[in-house]
Design a protein around this ligand. Sequence first.
Ligand code: ADP
Ligand code: TRP
Length: 372
Amino acid sequence: MSEKTPQGAATPTSKNTSASENAGVVHARIDSLNAGLESLKHKSGQATRILSGVQSSGRLHIGNYYGAIREFVNLQSQGEALYFIANLHALNSVRDGAKARELTLETAAAFIALGVDPAKATLFRQSDIPEITELYWILGTVVPLSDLNNAHSYKDKIAKGAEPDYGLYGYPVLMAADILLYDSDVVPVGKDQKQHLELTRDWAGKFNRQYSAELLKLPKALTRDETAVVPGTDGQKMSKSYKNTIDLFGTDKEVEKQIKTMKTDSTAPEAPKPTENQPLYDLLKVVLQPSDFATIDAKWRESGGTGQTHGYGTFKKALLDGYFATFSEPRKRYAELMNDRGELERLLKLGAEKARGYAGPVISRVRAAVGL
Ligand code: ADP
Ligand code: TRP
């Protein structure tokens, strides 16, 4: 199976060469993640517990896939993986019950359609785990307010106009509880979440000291490097807040529009195209198979002297073809899952039972120590 196909998102094995070396940025990153994971393995040979979550706060885009979900798929066979839909965190931004419920299921369907296998990884919904809010409160009793005042993500969101509600302020405490509840060893996260992991470790350490026991396990962040940021159609980081996304599960028409209306410059069709600050070029690099990218790269750099002319429309078409080649199957699977809510619910319930199995001993330890 191709190394770029979500369903087969197994560990990429080969190193690419020449032009396709460029296209291998994300693969190289996964290789380095694997190396990182290797060094974090338990000395005892016990499986490494990997945990991560994605908020169900909007439509998923290809940045979420290449930046997070693909890595979850890759990591699920390398240890005991727990992945969850952070629908309690999402309440900070989604203020419509029906929509919140729908987005939770959409996010679950997306995980599975893109290759998270509920038979390998424990996939669950945050709100199905009552222990989470209990640990959140208990942990909060040792959290210094100064840490929350200094949290970058809170300050950034307020600076961007979010209301300074308590939920947003307490967000890092809930995230820390998410992580600590399952004795997680490693947490794959984007760089923006690194501070949350540091806070998690600080608070777990303080909690352990206050109760003079190793009650909570200190997790390690597995961070992605900067090169793995997928650009949006306008050249900024792809993000649902910037309206510059290529959606994973939009209609064919919507996706076509997102790609066809991408920002390009006025280089003439017969001239070689610049490769710097070109979101179209960067996205081709991320989405196309390495060999297809090598062909496109050659065309991109070709000048009219060769008798060939290629306008940006040709390259947008290539991106669209690459998108469908990669995501057609997951899109089909996603539609099937969304048409079978009962099956999705069943899978999430099973996942929650498994997750609560991991959480049980931790919350019992904590309850006993604090006197509940
Ligand atoms: P958004 O910026 O669209 O709101 P989120 O913050 O909800 O996305 O991110 C969910 C996950 O997807 C996170 O792990 C984040 O690091 C990853 N992610 C989001 N956008 C990108 C991107 N443009 N490139 C790489 N990874 C991304
Ligand atoms: N804060 C994370 C994000 O926005 C989502 C999240 C919530 C999370 N709880 C977590 C990630 C626990 C890792 C571990 O991407």
